[in-house]
Design a protein around this ligand. Structure first.
Ligand SMILES: O=C(CO)COP(=O)(O)O
Length: 248
């Protein structure tokens, strides 16, 4: 079983001063029993990767283009992220799906590009409030999982993050029953499709995770970590979440 994963997604936040947060986080967790990852904006990736060298903190990108290079103004390839020091890349975050019209096919192609560059792909999915309230959450997640996770996914090259859109940045956390139901369904689908690799693949929950609710979330079966937005920006906020995961 790969180690559990506490991942921070800084989104479009942070400055060079945030380098000190990486050093502080590494200092607080010198020999963690879980993996720790911070995904800063692309402009901070290289200095953050340097700051993280020799610490327990991994650095990742927040998105990549599906192509290796070419005429794609404003985009960054997976190879470029890797060269800058990334080990992971988030693909298919709901903010990318909404802001940039990305669909499951785009996300799948990005995950494959991540693998070609030697990165671990964190494939995100999750239903909207309207989809949950109309009883379609499990169907939506099943469809996104089937369409966004490429053939060839393994426990080593892929992480799946369930982030219900209505719980992101809203302070509304999905309850243990809701999370448990979706994570069990994802585990069953991944195991059916990928066998033992699917059984071992890390499944993260994301959406308003904080120190105060982390332990309850990590106690849910098939939750192997978290993808944290706001509460990952400060080491002092993120560190208790890392500790809760170590103790789960
Ligand atoms: O979108 C998220 C992480 O990718 C979750 O963000 P918040 O933790 O700020 O709700």
């Amino acid at each position: 079983m790969p180690r559990k994963l506490a991942a921070g997604n800084w989104k479009m936040n942070g400055t060079l001063e945030g380098l000190s947060e990486i050093a502080e986080l590494g200092g607080l967790h010198r020999a963690p029993s879980v993996d720790i990852l911070i995904c800063p904006p692309a402009t901070l990736l290289s200095p953050m990767a340097r700051a993280a060298q020799g610490t327990s903190v991994w650095i990742g990108g927040q998105d990549c283009h599906a192509a290796a290079s070419g005429a794609h103004t404003g985009d960054v390839s997976a190879g470029m992220l890797s060269a800058a020091g990334a080990a992971y890349v988030i693909v298919g975050h709901s903010e990318r799906r909404t802001d940039h019209g990305e669909d499951d096919g785009n996300v799948r192609a990005k995950a494959e590009a991540a693998w070609r560059a030697g990165l671990v792909a964190i494939v995100c999915l999750g239903e909207t409030l309207e989809e949950r309230e109309s009883g379609r959450a499990l169907d939506v997640v099943a469809r996104q999982l089937a369409g966004s996770v490429p053939d060839g996914a393994t426990a080593a090259n892929t992480v799946v993050a369930y982030e219900p859109v209505w719980a992101i940045g809203t302070g509304k956390v999905a309850g243990p029953t809701e999370i448990g139901e979706v994570h069990a369904a994802m585990r069953a689908a991944l195991t059916q499709r990928f066998g033992d690799e699917g059984a071992q693949m890390r499944l993260l929950y994301g959406g308003s995770v904080k120190a105060s609710n982390a332990a309850e979330i990590f106690a849910v079966p098939h939750v192997d970590g978290a993808l944290v937005g706001g509460a990952s920006l400060k080491a002092s906020d993120f560190s208790p979440i890392v500790t809760a995961l170590e103790q789960a």
